[in-house]
Design a binder for this molecule. Structure first.
Ligand code: URA
Length: 250
C-alpha cells in the first residue's frame, strides 16, 4: 500500500474518488463534477485542518466536494472549488458562489463573473492564464446571503491550502468578505482599499466586489485604480513591503 493510500485509509476515506485530469487544459481543473458519495471519516465528520493543510490538489478537491464542515453543504448543489492556472501569479478571491456558480461548479460565472472577466481583460488578463479564482466559502449561501463568520472560518482551511499550493505573487481580495477573511480585520472596505496588505509574505490588494460594482458603477474607476496598482506591483518585484509612503500593512 503506498503512503498516500495509507493516509486516506487511516481517515476511513478509502477507496478514494479522484477527479479526472483534463489533458487538453493541463494547468486548469475542470469545473467540479457531481462526485459520487464517499464515506466520511470514522467519526462521521470532517477531516482535520492539519490534514487539509497537507493535502495535494486532488485530495483537496475531493475534500471540498465532500465537505460537511458547516450547514451550507445541506443546501448546495455542488461545492465550487476554484478555477484557473495553478501556477498563477494573480489570485482573485471572492465571497462565495451564487446561483449560477452553484449550478455550474465554477466561480464567477454569473453577472458578477462577467464583469470580473471584463475587469481582467482591462488589465490584460484572462481567467485561464496566470490567474486563479477562488472564493472564501465554497458552497452557496441560501438566497445569496453573506456567509457568516462561522461559515467563513469553517471554509478557510481550503482557501489557505489553495493559496499555499499556488503561491501567487499577488492576491486581490474582491469585496469585504474576502478582505476580512484574508486580513483578519473588520475594517470597512473603504478603509482597506488603497493600501497594501499582506497574507504572510504575499501582497494583498483590496478592491470592490464585482457584484457591488454592478450596483454602483461609479466605483468602477476606483477598481480600475486598484487593478492598475496591482499590475504595477507585479511589474516591480523589488517594491518594498514597508518602505513606500502610500502603502501600509494591517
Ligand atoms: N460572487 C462571488 O463572490 N463568487 C462567485 O463565485 C460568484 C459571485
Amino acid at each position: 500500500m503506498n503512503p498516500e493510500e495509507a493516509r486516506w485509509r487511516e481517515l476511513g476515506l478509502w477507496p478514494l474518488w479522484l477527479p479526472r485530469q483534463e489533458s487538453a487544459l493541463p494547468r486548469q481543473e475542470a469545473p467540479a463534477q457531481a462526485a459520487p458519495e464517499l464515506p466520511l471519516d470514522q467519526a462521521g465528520s470532517a477531516v482535520s485542518e492539519d490534514f487539509v493543510a497537507t493535502a495535494g490538489w486532488d485530495e483537496l478537491q475531493t475534500l471540498v466536494s465532500q465537505c460537511t464542515r458547516c450547514a451550507l453543504h445541506e443546501t448546495r448543489q455542488q461545492a465550487v472549488f476554484g478555477v484557473g492556472d495553478r501556477q498563477a501569479r494573480w489570485m482573485f478571491v471572492g465571497e462565495g458562489p451564487g446561483a449560477e456558480e452553484d449550478q455550474r461548479g465554477e466561480p464567477f460565472v454569473g453577472a458578477a463573473g462577467r464583469l470580473l472577466d471584463q475587469m481582467l481583460r482591462a488589465v490584460g488578463l484572462n481567467r485561464a492564464d496566470d490567474v486563479y479564482i477562488a472564493n472564501v466559502v465554497k458552497c452557496r449561501p441560501p438566497q445569496n446571503r453573506t456567509p457568516s463568520d462561522t461559515e467563513c472560518a469553517a471554509c478557510m482551511p481550503y482557501l489557505r491550502r489553495q493559496i499555499a499550493l499556488i503561491k501567487p505573487t499577488l492576491i486581490v481580495a474582491l469585496g469585504k468578505v474576502a478582505a476580512h477573511a484574508l486580513l483578519d480585520t473588520d475594517k470597512t472596505l473603504g478603509a482597506l482599499r488603497g493600501k497594501l496588505h499582506h497574507w504572510g509574505d504575499i501582497p494583498v490588494i483590496v478592491t470592490w466586489h464585482p457584484a457591488y460594482l454592478l450596483r454602483n458603477p461609479a466605483d468602477k474607476a476606483k477598481t480600475w485604480e486598484d487593478l492598475c496598482r496591482a499590475r504595477h506591483l507585479l511589474a516591480s518585484p523589488c517594491t518594498p513591503r514597508d518602505g513606500s509612503a502610500d502603502t501600509a500593512d494591517t
